[in-house]
Design a protein around this ligand. Structure first.
Ligand code: SF4
Length: 249
């Protein structure tokens, strides 16, 4: 069996790797799915993208881990402009994903993992960083066990909750700067699921990124948010609207 830890560079997956090493559990590979906005720009929040090389150096120096990168053949932008051949909106481009069943999650991440796992001759144990206070997520993961892949979460199985994951990462300087803005949910900077507070942060601190999304919206059959265009949201921001952040970490 091949033991693979999937890494997002968030606190949970990093804390899990530290625990795997501490507990001397088997680990053959650490894998990161590198989602691309286009060939030059990462899908990660810009602060996360800038920090990842630092985190990779720490993993190499402290734990001897070299992270393997997997990337989809096509980028978010490639798919956005691809013409749909079936389903709803045949003849339109993919445009922005819908919040439920976002096309990007399968094409840019899940399919990449599946293709990689299928290419391996061994059976696989996938370590997924799910904290002990995420029971429904863990239960969903366990339902996915099959003949080829078994799933494990070292955090869940050792009763480590999300808050404690920070404390495990802290001594190794393995806490991404994205957490310092008070509640960034993780995921891509162009994610349609992000809250207005994260979009405000993007508009304020990374205006060129926000502008790209506004421009692309002109080419999408749907708006970025279900009943609100990014252009309208931008006008609200310009008029002083500052969204409140619901959840703080
Ligand atoms: S984080 Fe959002 S944009 Fe990125 S793949 Fe997942 S659903 Fe798509």
């Amino acid at each position: 069996m091949k033991y693979i830890a999937f890494l997002s560079f968030g606190k949970d997956s990093l804390a899990q790797i530290i625990k795997i090493k501490e507990l001397q559990l088997p680990l053959d590979e650490v894998v990161y799915v590198d989602i691309r906005f286009d060939k030059d720009i990462s899908g990660e929040h810009p602060a996360m993208a800038a920090w990842i090389p630092t985190a990779e150096k720490i993993l190499l120096d402290r734990f001897g881990i070299k992270v393997k990168h997997l990337t989809a053949k096509y980028t978010f932008r490639d798919y956005f402009y691809r013409i749909k051949q079936k389903g709803n909106h045949i003849g339109d481009n993919y445009g922005y994903p819908y919040i439920v069943g976002a096309w990007c999650n399968a094409r840019l991440k899940l399919d990449v993992i599946d293709t990689y796992i299928s290419s391996l001759h061994d059976t696989v144990c996938e370590y997924i960083g799910i904290a002990a206070d995420e029971t429904p997520r863990y239960q969903r993961l366990m339902r996915r066990n099959n003949e080829k892949v078994v799933y494990k979460s070292v955090l869940f199985e050792n009763g480590i909750i999300e808050r404690e994951a920070f404390e495990i990462c802290r001594p190794f300087d393995l806490i991404s700067p994205v957490y310092s803005n008070g509640g960034f949910r993780g995921g891509c900077w162009f994610c349609v699921k992000q809250c207005y507070a994260d979009l405000y942060d993007l508009w304020k601190n990374y205006p060129s990124y926000f502008s790209v999304l506004v421009e692309m919206e002109k080419d999408s059959h749907n708006t970025f948010k279900p009943r609100l265009s990014l252009k309208e949201l931008m006008e609200r921001f310009e008029n002083g609207y500052i969204p409140e952040r619901r959840k703080t970490r």
